[in-house]
Design a protein around this ligand. Structure first.
Ligand code: CA
Length: 315
């Protein structure tokens, strides 16, 4: 019995976004216990207590702290909106008030990302969690090249790699124009190797690959699949980028069907599979302080389905 429950917990804990999974685990655990005792009609006991009591005392499990449910007043009007009207409301409400519009501002924004917005606690010290590798590199520097990989920590064959900035919507597709280039909501710190492997490829789920990180990010034939724990982050950044910049020239030299239209349904799925974790919410708060706008899909992932695939594809 304990082994069954442990296996279920392990499966859930193996995914860094555990909250949704834990609900399933608790439900399954309760079901297993009730079935085993042939007492499904008995007084329901707390699945959480059952689970805790069933774990032997010499093994420690760190149960995740549920994220506090927050409500954002700027999203209150979205209760009444859906489809194109919701898309347009979010377009207006996400206008950044103080975003960088120059090379120097772009460099400063990246420094803020390395030293503050994505600088969290990992290995019990300040550091970055590299986006496609999920490897912690400790430090507080404003320069990505100061964050050196230890050996080949992400298992991609490149040793002592350093960190630079990934643009989830590739820079070449908007001709490196501002403010898109410096918008931190679609920028992430990555090791340089997986960043160059992603190149400007469309995101996709790839059945075969010729490059991977130990976290599970992969390059297939002209496609790139982020590891499971970042799929939702990618999706919410891409949806944000479309809502915010659909009216800019963001389709330079691009196969728009392959890059966007054919991917929308997948992004909506990734958004639901991998809900925001504490680091994504934290960076959203810190980016608002820096550039004066939020990613509404991080604040409320259900907005994406309320807009719907057809509306996203139409832009
Ligand atoms: Ca490496």
């Amino acid at each position: 019995m304990t082994k069954i429950i442990f296996a279920l917990v392990y499966i859930a804990m193996d995914n860094t976004k555990v909250l949704q999974n834990l609900k399933l685990v608790f439900a399954l655990s309760a079901g297993v216990l009730f079935s085993a005792f042939g007492n499904l009609a008995a007084q329901p006991i707390s699945a959480f207590d059952t689970l805790k009591n069933s774990v032997s005392s010499d093994i420690s499990i760190e149960f995740p702290t549920p994220l506090p449910k927050t409500s954002h007043s700027y999203l209150k009007p979205t209760d009444e909106l859906y489809g194109e009207k919701l898309f347009q409301y979010l377009h207006k409400i996400t206008l950044p008030s103080k975003i960088a519009t120059s090379q120097s501002g772009y460099i400063a924004a990246k420094s803020y990302m390395y030293s503050t917005a994505d600088n969290t606690i990992c290995n019990k010290k300040p550091g970055l969690i590299t986006f496609y590798s999920l490897v912690c590199v400790n430090g507080t520097s404003e320069n990505g090249y100061d964050y050196k990989e230890h050996g080949d920590a992400n298992g991609d064959g490149t040793w002592k790699d350093a960190v630079n900035t990934e643009h989830l919507w590739p820079q070449s597709y908007f001709d490196e124009k501002y403010p898109m280039r410096a918008d931190l909501h679609h920028l992430r710190p990555t090791f340089t190797k997986p960043n160059s492997m992603r190149s400007n490829y469309s995101f996709a789920e790839v059945p075969d690959w010729d490059y991977s990180t130990s976290a599970g990010s992969k390059r297939g034939y002209n496609k790139f699949e982020p590891c499971d724990a970042t799929k939702g982050d990618v999706a919410r950044a891409m949806l944000y980028f479309m809502v915010r910049y659909y009216d800019k020239n963001i389709r330079d030299k691009i196969n728009y069907s392959d890059f966007w239209i054919n991917r929308v349904t997948m992004f909506l799925e990734w958004n639901n599979q991998d809900p925001p974790d504490s680091n994504e919410i934290r960076r959203n708060n810190l980016i608002e302080k820096y550039q004066g706008n939020r990613n509404p899909f991080t604040d409320d992932p259900s907005l994406a389905d309320k807009i719907g695939a057809a509306v996203f594809k139409s832009h």
